[in-house]
Design a protein around this ligand. Sequence first.
Ligand code: TXA
Ligand code: MG
Length: 322
Amino acid sequence: MHANPSLDEALAALRRGEAIGLPTETVYGLAADAHDPEAIRRIYALKGRPSDHPLIVHVADAVTASRWAGDWPDAAEALAEAFWPGPLTLILPRAASVPDEVTGGQDTVGLRVPSHPMALALLRAFEGGLAAPSANRFGRISPTTAQHVREEFGDAVPIVLDGGECEVGLESTIVDLSGDTPRILRPGKLSRPEIEEVIGPVAEGSDGDSPRASGTLASHYAPRAGVELLARAPLVARYHELTKRGQKVAALLRGQPFKGVEGEVLPSDLAGFGHALYAALRRLDARGFDVLLAELPPHSAPWAAINDRLRRASAPRDADGT
Ligand code: TXA
Ligand code: MG
């Protein structure tokens, strides 16, 4: 494992067809050359992800993005102009040249221009597209530090660029522009009102198709411990009830600690909470708690992504643990 790899080492590895750990402003990605089917297959193998779950292609700018798309509607241009570089992924009809391995065989492609300076510098130097899912094993919590990525993959991913803690801490907002009406497939920091301000009304949620977005499966972003989502007062009661039964319980509280309740307290503001959430879940998981009790966040539109991720973290797990 390289202690602190340089951009040049990362570039060389990408050109050899390897996958590297890449910091973005949302979460760390596991990045490889999006034109190299062999490299893409390596990403799926490393993540343990089903190969029909498509990957997002990261590029340096909107002009490059438009070349990966078969069609570039006005809504794409308007959203790109408003929010790129930034935590937004656009789903568009694919260009013919996009490998099937990237799209999971679908006729659309996910595109994003990340704003992290290290990601942008690498993309500009690479001059192509980097397919990059979040750098976690399938179904697990996305990594928000380079250390998290090293913990997920160890020597299997020797080059992890260290760009510090991800500022946003939650995966990008995904907007599907390939259908008749724009649709938010995955909420993120960029909220529905912010998007509607630019392109008008958008639908929300999956349209009932096959699981095109793995991040939209009911159970995802899940720690090993069971997670329960509760308002503060019932949470405290549940904490004492489970503790009395001999369970190892931790609380994930917002803003204020509660005397006699063990766990972590996250900032009460939206940006601070999103930034800290995944790292806190990982720390609590590492301490071996059986159950995590998470305080219900506010229900307003800007908190949609937090509500979404906590609900998925608390959803019942399939037998295979994903
Ligand atoms: O913030 C992010 O988006 C991070 C960073 C690394 O950019 N990436 C990320 O990738 O979260 P991933 O693969 O973990 O999640 C991307 C989601 C998946 O659920 C995938 O199925 C969906 O985007 N997706 C990708 N291409 C798609 C497409 N053509 N149609 C529908 N969903 C798509
Ligand atoms: Mg992911």
